[in-house]
Structures are given as structure tokens and as C-alpha cells.
Write a protein that binds this ligand. Structure first.
Ligand SMILES: [Zn+2]
Length: 248
């Protein structure tokens, strides 16, 4: 039986607060059971954010094992990257789309951290990803950051960092202006739109290092191309890049 402790001054101790918090969380779960971000089914005991069935069925690219994977090929002839890989394939009306929608737009950035923890386990065993020095998330413009409240790529970076034991340099890149919405633009227009959008933060000691650039979804590659170009021009030794998903 639990002994409810006090600090001697009448205030509940840490253990008591934890137990009360657990009771409260259980009570909330009783009325509003947490559901899986991928399939919306209630999560069972021990599951967190994404259910076991979804983890099993997610479309993994395994691109980190293949230097000629689809994400890497996207940058051939555009910018020199040491390695590129995406964790999952992104398709419309899929588990991955639903997971990323909750991650980006429905206030659940912890999904990014979870993805980083899982993907980091694969990357630390795979050269050249296991030779990186620092992790830099693609930055959001201040206006977008205010509106959304968080930079989702920073949460992905945090999960990778925990497993790979490499620091996150959150402001290694700065975004000078907000990119217009990309959805109705041609590939060339998107490229023009992001060029000159980013700048390297020279006070963060990135020169001479191997930077792992991280973003959520890889579509045309224009954002990562622009960020990598800025980093390499600023004296970074190598740039690799990973994303949670890649559109197909
Ligand atoms: Zn599920």
C-alpha cells in the first residue's frame, strides 16, 4: 500500500503529487481515452501516441541503408550532401498523413520526438549518419512560430539528439522571411521562393562540423537544398539530411 508522504510542513511531497497526477490522468483517460494518431483507435495500456498496429504497418523507406535512395537522388546535381534519408513514405489519405497532421497542426509535437527516438536508433548504427557532429532543425519564420506555437522540426531533432547523443543547435539557421505557401507553385517557383530565405548563424560554431539537417516532410527538396547551400557556403564541412517522411 502507498504511504502518502508529507514534507513535514503540511505540504504533500513529490510522491504524493505524482500519485495525484496519475489519478487525474487516469480519470481524464476514462472519459476521453487517448487515440492513435494513425488510425484514431483508442490506445491500449503501454501504447503512446501511435498504436502497435500502426507502427507495424507504417511504410518504412529503409533509405538510410542505401546511399542511392529516392530522397538522396532528389539532390543529385543540386547540392552536395553527405547522405540523405527519410524514415517513412508519405501518401495522401494514409496513416502517415494522419500522424503528421496531428503532429503539425493539432498541437502534438511529441509525435516528432517519438519519431526522432525511433529513427535515431537506426541512424546511430549507419554511416555516415553516425559521424555527424550537430543537429540543426529547419527553422520556421517567427510569424509562423507564433501562430503554431512550436517548430515541429525541433521536436524531431530533440528525439534524434537523445538517441544519437549529439547536440541540437536550434538557431544554427535563421529564417529571414516567411516563405509563401508552397502548394500552388511550380517546382521552379518553389525553388526561387526559398532561396535567400535562410541564413547561417555564425555565432554557433558550425564551421568545420558535420551538420545533420532535419525537417518533417521532403517534397521537392527546395528547403533542404537552400539550407544546405547556406551552411556549406558558411564553412560547414559536411551536411547530411533526414526527414520523417518523403512524398511519393
Ligand atoms: Zn493506430
Amino acid at each position: 500500500m502507498w504511504a502518502i508522504g508529507h514534507q513535514g510542513n503540511g505540504k504533500p511531497c513529490c510522491l504524493t503529487r505524482m500519485i495525484i497526477r496519475q489519478y487525474f490522468d487516469d480519470l481524464i483517460s476514462l472519459f476521453f481515452p487517448p487515440t492513435c494518431a494513425g488510425c484514431d483507435m483508442p490506445l491500449t495500456y503501454g501504447e503512446h501516441l501511435i498504436c502497435t498496429v500502426c507502427w507495424f504497418h507504417l511504410p518504412y523507406t529503409n533509405g538510410h541503408r542505401d546511399s542511392c535512395n529516392g530522397s538522396a537522388r532528389l539532390f543529385w546535381g543540386r547540392v552536395q550532401l553527405a547522405a540523405v534519408a527519410s524514415y517513412l513514405y508519405f501518401m495522401d489519405d494514409s496513416r502517415v498523413q494522419r500522424i503528421l497532421h496531428r503532429y503539425k497542426y493539432r498541437g502534438c509535437p511529441e509525435i516528432g520526438t517519438l519519431m526522432g527516438l525511433r529513427y535515431g536508433e537506426l541512424l546511430i548504427a549507419t554511416p555516415p549518419f553516425n559521424q555527424i557532429d550537430v543537429i540543426v532543425p529547419v527553422p520556421l519564420h517567427r510569424a509562423k512560430l507564433r501562430k503554431r506555437g512550436y517548430n515541429q522540426s525541433a521536436f524531431f531533432a530533440r528525439g534524434l539528439s537523445q538517441v544519437m547523443q549529439k547536440p541540437v543547435v536550434i538557431d544554427g539557421l535563421v529564417r529571414n522571411r516567411a516563405a509563401d505557401t508552397q502548394t500552388r507553385k511550380t517546382r521552379y517557383e518553389r525553388h526561387e521562393n526559398v532561396l535567400n530565405t535562410f541564413a547561417m548563424n555564425n555565432s554557433r560554431g558550425l564551421a568545420g562540423r558535420h551538420v545533420l539537417l532535419v525537417d518533417d516532410v521532403l517534397t521537392t527538396g527546395a528547403t533542404i537544398e537552400a539550407c544546405a547551400s547556406v551552411l556549406l557556403a558558411g564553412g560547414v564541412a559536411d551536411v547530411s539530411a533526414v526527414t520523417i517522411a518523403k512524398t511519393v
